[in-house]
Design a protein around this ligand. Sequence first.
Ligand code: ADP
Ligand code: MG
Length: 309
Amino acid sequence: MKKVTIDEIELILSNATDVPVQWVGQAEALRQLLACWITVDPRDLPLTPRIIGYPGTGKTTLGIAAARERRQDVYIMQCTSDTRPEDLLVTPVLSEKGKISYHASPLLSAAISGGIAILDEGNRMSEKSWASLAGLFDNRRMVESVVAGIVINAHKEFRAAVTMNEDSSTFEIPDYIMSRLQPGIEPGFPSREDELKILEYNLPFSAEEVLDLCVNFLQKAHGLDLPYSIRDGINAIRYTLKQRETSPDADTGALFENALQQILGKEALDLDSLAAKRKASGDTLPGMGLGDFFFPDNDDLNPDNPGIT
Ligand SMILES: Nc1ncnc2c1ncn2[C@@H]1O[C@H](COP(=O)(O)OP(=O)(O)O)[C@@H](O)[C@H]1O
Ligand SMILES: [Mg+2]
């Protein structure tokens, strides 16, 4: 357990993560992230970018891999809608002897020890929590823990990135925070060649036939802009390989389809229709408001009734 003392307050630091990861292919995203973290002059400051994309597209992996490339410790701070400002900084813990000890979050531990913090799924966090970090991510590079009553200046080598999912279950992050989390980096969907390499790297024991089936599926989905990801592919391959063990006579193609259906739903078996359906619903369905779930469209009580202004 690493401890540091700041203004006579002893802080217990979080542990760095030690998951071994490697970034495969998609070199442009890695280059962009590493560029954000360099300084070109003693007066320059690093940037704190957002890594954006659908779930399962490698955002967290990219952050960890880039930190490893810089040979710095990496601290993962998982953000949720329940993350409170003190969770992001210092949490007081009452010990058995009735003494309070102060635990530094992974984010603060990175800032103190000169590591790299990945704020994972930052879009889930409320404005109140983000507000407490404003000074850490601008030229002040400092943050105040109200709980511990101390001000912490970030180490010169401290770097950070925030991952954000492109889905709807999230808070709107206010502009003054967004302006501190720039630029946006999008790993996007990999090319066929990179996708095969990524799957091979993650599943080196897989039969080539199954890898090929999976790359064909994923590439077709990417071409139609459907949000199926490497993670979905990895799950489908794993399940197919397991089923091959228990049903050795079954056709591998059929097992893979079966895996897709059980993991992603029946609609994943006909990507063209799914893409057409999504397009049609996106283009033609009128927006629904909360009121539409409780009242008929034309009900005067429905606040989303177009007749009410
Ligand atoms: N370029 C890549 N190199 C290596 N692994 C990758 C790459 N892209 C995605 N993956 C793999 O895909 C899976 C999902 O990645 P993850 O970083 O958890 O996605 P996200 O954070 O976007 O939800 C992981 O198993 C990861 O190893
Ligand atoms: Mg992630």
